[in-house]
Design a protein around this ligand. Structure first.
Ligand SMILES: *Cc1c(COP(=O)(O)O)cnc(C)c1O
Length: 368
């Protein structure tokens, strides 16, 4: 048996014809940028996340960047981000010249620990970017409370948690403005790069619409200095088809997660993911922890089971961030997590016999 870390083959097999017909229609219609498919998808995504406005953009990084620009965040501002996140969260902040302030995660959920945010708030703090890491919603009630008390913006990074909820409210609807990514491997993925912004604020939405299209809503009339960050018609058409399946795909991810949770319990020193009471989890990743992580990877690789680490190098250790190197030894939770976490394969179409093979292989490792 050979198990890739991620395969989109299963989900694409079932909808391939529908995708091809839709793409052919776009070629025939001869309209590729800012058209009906995009408008339809923006309406669907707004409805799905229960917000008033959705702005389709080119990718998740630019969704975050435009969100920050729409709030007029600038180089004097500090933005609170988790110390264990994908680099994009930090890049969005530093690309507009603002300063990312790192806050350690909760050791159970791996999401930003709200109890550690307050001590990092200064006069320069303008916003908090909670990342719903691996697919589990952050503790939004405590984050919202801080945002109200200190008058800070919340910008959700919802790239990994499409469809997740906190207190039965969808992620991507809590912040003043929020960002997501439809990178192919996300729970809702395009066939290329794509992303979106969601907001209930009409003025901020207007600004985001301008920013993604050269600062213009009438050709050759530029109201502000914008970017080119549009979600094209072909990707929007793909997303219009795929969005209908997102709930089912997330359910399937949850069944796979339950299977792992039931069958990996008590094996070796494995720490399994836990979900907080008010949060739901859409298992973008299924992340376990073990002291023997590197040896386990070797063992699984020999068994043709591919695994990954999300993420092997914390942002403050990255060469791209020499200015954060001084934090080395101070963000011990993120540092220790990066040494012990391991992501197992999880995707719609992963079969029970494949899961049994993965589970048995892990069991073998701890029992020889
Ligand atoms: C994928 C991801 C992004 C960036 O999305 P892209 O579309 O690849 O630019 C941002 N934040 C997080 C947490 C992600 O997982």
């Amino acid at each position: 048996m050979k198990i890739p870390f991620l395969s989109l083959e299963h989900i694409h097999q079932k909808i391939k014809k529908e995708l091809l017909i839709s793409i052919e229609n776009i070629i025939d219609k001869n309209h590729f940028i800012l058209g009906e498919e995009l408008t339809q998808f923006e309406q669907s995504w707004a409805k799905y996340t229960n917000v008033k406005n959705c702005i389709g953009v080119a990718n998740g990084l630019e969704a975050l960047t435009i969100a920050l620009k729409a709030l007029e965040i600038n180089q004097n501002d500090e933005i609170i981000v988790p110390s264990n996140t994908y680099i994009a969260t930090l890049l969005a902040v530093s690309n507009i010249g603002a300063k990312p302030i790192l806050v350690e995660p909760d050791e159970k959920t791996y999401n930003i620990n709200p109890a550690l945010i307050e001590e990092k708030i200064t006069k320069k703090t303008k916003a908090i970017i909670p990342v719903h890491l691996y697919g589990q919603a952050c503790a939004m009630d405590k984050i919202l409370e801080l945002s109200n008390r200190y008058n800070l913006f919340i910008i959700e990074d919802n790239a990994q948690a499409q469809g997740a909820t906190y207190n039965n409210q969808k992620t991507g609807s809590f912040g003043i403005i929020n960002a997501t990514s439809f990178y192919p491997g996300k729970n809702l993925g395009a066939l290329g790069d794509a992303g979106a912004i969601t907001t209930n604020d009409t003025e901020i939405a207007k600004k985001a619409f301008l920013l993604r299209n050269y600062g213009s809503n009438k050709k050759y009339y530029n109201e502000i200095k914008g970017l080119n960050s549009r979600l094209d018609e072909i990707q929007a058409a793909v997303l219009n088809i795929k969005i209908k399946h997102l709930e089912n795909w997330n359910k399937e991810r949850n069944s796979i997660a339950d299977y792992y949770l039931n069958n990996l319990k008590g094996i070796g020193d494995i720490i399994l993911p836990t979900t907080e009471e008010k949060s739901s989890h859409v298992y973008h990743q299924f992340v376990i922890r073990t002291k023997y992580r590197d040896k386990l990877i070797e063992h699984l690789t020999k068994k043709n089971i591919q695994t990954l680490i999300h993420y092997p190098i914390p942002p403050h250790f990255q060469k791209a961030y020499p200015e954060l190197a001084k934090l080395k030894g101070k963000l011990v939770i993120a540092e220790n997590l990066s040494k012990s976490i391991l992501s197992l394969p999880i995707y719609p179409g992963l079969k029970e016999i494949e899961l049994d093979y993965i589970i048995n292989s892990i069991n073998d490792f701890f029992h020889v």
